[in-house]
Design a protein around this ligand. Structure first.
Ligand SMILES: N[C@@H](CCC(=O)N[C@@H](CS)C(=O)NCC(=O)O)C(=O)O
Length: 218
């Protein structure tokens, strides 16, 4: 059985939703493995042997490790093309992969600079500047996702909820942690609230015990 190593609220939410979509489409279940990042469980020798980057997500398939959100979702989609993780029409699939790769390679690391500035520089002043600069870029990216949402119907790539939708939800949740009020992105906020009620997303939110909104005013 597929084993997903995940941390609540992390980008592992994306393959988590993908595995729930597989379960709905095929009945094939998976084993969720909670990784407590705050306790350093991603830095143990056993974990690093499976993912030398010491990160979630990690999918273990019959003892074989697969890392990276994009690769895990692509693999699950190829194994279960009926689950709707990615669109099946080749051009739409390529567009969805493009959006997911952009979120993973561009939007996500921008947030990492806000959330974990110590990974990129030393000293409080440097950290404060990294947070300020990247929070502003991150806001711009969320606005772009909002305009993608306004063009997609009902979900980013058509009729079915897929992996890219789950990434968009995760990125808005992170926005709250970067002090971006979701109310300032009303179309995005309303869309995420509808998405949260769809079965696969609701199941993953419940297992991870995630509040949908993380924004707390100062
Ligand atoms: N490009 C990687 C990003 C993975 C990543 O940034 N994971 C974060 C959680 S969202 C993590 O495990 N952070 C812990 C750390 O780096 O110490 C992927 O797609 O898997």
């Amino acid at each position: 059985m597929n084993e997903l190593h995940f941390a609540p609220g992390a980008c592992s939410f994306v393959p988590h939703v993908a595995l729930e979509l597989v379960k709905t489409a095929t009945g094939q279940d998976f084993t969720p493995r909670l990784v407590k990042l705050h306790k350093g469980e991603h830095q143990t020798p056993e974990y690093l042997a499976l993912n030398p980057d010491g990160q979630v997500p990690l999918l273990v398939v019959d003892g074989r490790p697969l890392t990276q959100v994009v690769a895990i979702c692509d693999w699950l989609d190829r194994c279960h093309p009926d689950a709707g993780i990615l669109p099946s029409e080749p051009w739409a699939r390529a567009q969805a992969m493009s959006a997911m790769a952009w979120m993973n390679s561009t939007v996500h690391p921008t947030f990492t600079h806000v959330f974990m500035p110590h990974k990129f520089a030393e000293g409080e002043l440097s950290h404060a500047e990294l947070r300020r600069f990247n929070a502003a870029s991150y806001r711009g990216y969320l606005e772009r996702i909002q305009s993608m949402i306004e063009k997609g119907s009902p979900w980013l790539f058509g009729e079915r909820v897929g992996a890219v939708d789950a990434y968009a939800l995760t990125l808005l949740r992170w926005g709250g942690m970067a002090k971006i009020d979701p109310a300032s992105l009303p179309a995005y906020k309303a869309w995420v609230e509808r998405l949260a009620e769809t079965p696969a997303v609701a199941a993953a939110l419940e297992r991870e015990r995630l509040p949908l909104h993380t924004y707390k005013p100062d």
